[in-house]
Design a protein around this ligand. Sequence first.
Ligand SMILES: Cc1cc2nc3c(=O)[nH]c(=O)nc-3n(C[C@H](O)[C@H](O)[C@H](O)COP(=O)(O)O)c2cc1C
Length: 210
Amino acid sequence: MNRKDFIKSIGAAAGAPALALAAGCGGAGGEDAAGGKGNPSFLQLAKSRYSVRYYAKKPVEQEKIDAILEAARVAPTAKNLQPFKIYVLRSAEAISKINKLTRCAYGAPVVFLVCHDRSKAWTSPFDANDNSAVMDVSIVGTHMMLEATEQGLGSCWVKYFNPKKVSAAFGVPGNLEPSFILDAGYPLKGAAPNKMHFERRAVKDFAEYR
Ligand SMILES: Cc1cc2nc3c(=O)[nH]c(=O)nc-3n(C[C@H](O)[C@H](O)[C@H](O)COP(=O)(O)O)c2cc1C
């Protein structure tokens, strides 16, 4: 979809939202194009997600994998540099390999190995050590994780592996760093959130109005 069609599709052929898009950096704030206060189903989706650590053997349909990858594709990245690459591990060989490299693949039939590329990512002109690659790839992963939920799949975001060993095992080139894996599949019957899922701080403990 090009920019013109997109603006039309959000019902903003003219006016503030279109201007905010054109400005490229924030609008005047206020209500969205539909005059609403956000989509109520988003929070329901986010709250229904939990880390699934038991998977059924049932294979994941290609359309569902495609939807998850599409969610990755449309994720925002700093300066739109898209400094990431995703390996979809689902062959018996790849799944067996990843299970040897981490105990946290949990029998998932599909494991996304998500890598970032610092050399392609944006670096802050205010701090040469401030590179956006990890932030970018985290947004990509969040899109994927929530799309998996939308598709009726379980998922688990996993950092518990040695990135050097994972790179060696899957022939990941030197410019890419394995950032995390995202296990995905149908939850095993009886799978449930663990204790940590329910341990969230209250909004008042992290949000401060000034
Ligand atoms: C950056 C990150 C790394 C994580 N690494 C692991 C991991 O290595 N193994 C694991 O079982 N879960 C891992 N998790 C899942 C968290 O433990 C889980 O999201 C958290 O306890 C909240 O539970 P919930 O996802 O069920 O709501 C990770 C999550 C994030 C965001």
